[in-house]
Design a protein around this ligand. Structure first.
Ligand code: NAD
Length: 502
């Protein structure tokens, strides 16, 4: 993939010029009609970024109507090649405007530009490219056999776009996770109404400019800003003009959305929370296990659904592992997104900071040994930002809240284990089942243990190594369904079986 960066991120700064967001409905930017808006703050220092309009039922109605008309009109009539060529241009245009997306994403989230320039923005573009390839290359042959009773009929399955798709996305990887859904939805012929997270409205808005520039027909991509309950999120998921809902976010929100989807019997795709384990065996490559666990615990300030919050280490290497992870955590540099030496940014918001700090306090109340961190760092002129210290605990009970509940911050609990069976049991002992990491140089053990992880994704000797063609999703309370590559066909298309009597 070519990345057209006009200048390296090292020379960018977090531009404090005011940036307001807008809805993007039927190919036009609008502030809507509710007269309501909220202030968007940069979590780095709590400075004001701009205003965001709050959409109501009228905006959702207009967006769903535009999406339906596009489906029945120009978008629905385009050939796969025309459609996917346009989406490839969307990817190219994101890359051409790489720095605009980078600045917008880092303003909204405070995350390091070094991370967003390697992951968030390139993946935002790649999601369009990859799914255009899927749509173009997916096999269209149909294999059929005569009916068993010999009546002479030919059956074949026709995959059609599902229709108008509601995309509800979170704030931790805003562009990446939104396009992970918008990419396949559009490539497979659907139209979308996106409700981005209220914390991160900018890149979804910017994508509207890209759609306009490359000439994607109006109504194909719509964005309505707002909150969840009694706001744009709930109005969208309740809307009967929506044919399917794809959601990434917290498990509890997923439950509310499933209730809304029950009205009208609309299918859902759910990518939900996690409390992911890492199992570190004594026969691991220690360097790699430490490096991988550092990333899986602290990347994006611990705000990655796939991130590790529970680390189980085989007893002979427990003390050394704890010592080395502590040293790693204490070496992390917290700082501004536009400082290339920054490893860790702030949390997403003051509200989330209070939630994470409440777990820091709870861990102590529950009897944890605080190995490092546990408080708020002194960030000088950024002290109004949503900063917390990278934190490691040991000594918690297996049923402690900090071991069972998703915290979504830069923290983990490390616990020793003695046998493989015990490690497997511990790994599977929460309600969640999103991801796991297994660290061992014994390949038989690797396969054996990985196959017993009750999760959607298990990495062996790595973490967050993604091939976008593979099945992505969670088990248990971490989700329903799989997306990625051809797996996305399941949700974004509907099969009609056609039976032709011969
Ligand atoms: P969240 O559930 O609070 O919000 C996600 C989105 O849902 C936002 O756009 C929000 O406005 C909307 N929303 C909230 N209530 C709603 C309602 N009743 N109806 C309709 N929409 C509603 O999640 P978050 O805090 O933005 O993201 C963090 C969570 O997302 C974590 O739990 C994390 O594990 C999870 N996550 C999961 C994956 C995955 O792939 N499994 C990926 C990233 C994040």
């Amino acid at each position: 993939m070519t990345v057209h960066q006009s200048k390296p991120f090292e020379s960018l700064s977090i531009d404090k010029a005011r940036r307001d967001a807008a809805h993007f409905i039927n190919g036009e930017f609008t502030q809507g009609t509710t007269g309501k808006s909220w202030t968007n703050y940069c979590p780095m220092d709590n400075s004001v970024i701009g205003q965001v309009p709050e959409g109501g039922r009228a905006e959702i109605d207009a967006a769903v109507k535009a999406a339906r008309e596009a489906l029945d009109g120009p978008w629905g009539q385009m050939s796969v090649v025309e459609r996917t060529n346009l989406l490839a241009e969307v990817a190219d245009e994101i890359n051409r405007r790489f720095n605009d997306f980078l600045e917008a994403e880092c303003l909204d989230t405070g995350k390091p530009m070094s991370m967003a320039s390697h992951i968030d923005i390139p993946r935002g573009a790649a999601n369009f490219k990859m799914f255009t390839d899927v749509a173009k290359t997916v096999a269209t042959e149909c294999f059929t056999t005569p009916t068993p009773d010999g009546t002479g009929a030919l059956n074949y399955g026709l995959r059609r776009p599902r229709g108008v798709i509601a995309v509800i996305s979170p704030w931790n990887l805003p562009l990446l996770l939104m396009t992970w859904k918008v990419g396949p939805a559009l490539a497979l012929g659907n139209t979308v109404v996106v409700k981005p997270s209220e914390e991160t409205p900018l890149t979804a808005t910017l994508l509207g400019e890209v759609m306009q520039k490359v000439g994607v027909p109006k109504g194909v991509y719509n964005v309505v800003h707002g909150f969840g309950p009694d706001s744009a999120g709930a109005f969208l998921t309740e809307h009967k003009g929506v044919n399917g809902i794809t959601f990434t976010g917290e498990t509890r929100t997923g439950e509310a959305i499933m209730r809304a989807a029950a009205g009208g019997i609309r299918p859902v795709s759910m990518e939900l929370g996690g409390k992911n384990p890492a199992l570190v065996f004594a026969d691991c490559d220690m360097e790699k296990a430490i490096e991988g666990t550092m990333r899986s615990v602290f990347a994006n300030c611990g705000q990655v659904c796939l991130g590790t919050e529970r680390v189980y280490v085989e007893r002979p290497i427990f003390d050394e592992f704890v010592k080395r992870l502590k040293a790693g955590a204490e070496n992390l540099k917290l700082g501004r997104p536009d400082d290339p030496t920054t490893n860790l940014g702030p949390l997403i918001s003051q509200e989330h900071k209070q939630k994470v700090l409440s777990y820091y306090k709870k861990a102590v109340d529950e009897g944890a040994n605080v190995i490092t961190g546990g408080g708020v760092p002194d960030m000088g002129d950024m002290n109004d930002g949503a900063w917390v210290e990278p934190t490691i605990w040991t000594g918690l009970a297996d049923d402690a809240a900090c071991v069972q509940q998703e915290i979504f911050g830069p923290c983990c609990h490390i616990r020793p284990f003695d046998t493989e069976e015990e490690a497997i049991k511990l790994a599977n002992s929460t309600d969640y089942g999103l991801a796991a990491a297994v660290w061992t140089e014994n390949s038989s053990r690797a396969h054996r243990v990985a196959s017993k992880m009750d999760v959607g994704i298990c990495w062996v000797n790595s973490w967050f190594l993604r091939d976008l063609r593979t099945a992505f999703g969670g088990a248990k309370a971490s989700g329903i369904g799989r997306e990625g590559g051809v797996h996305s066909l399941e949700f974004y298309t509907e099969i009609t079986n056609i039976c032709l009597k011969l």
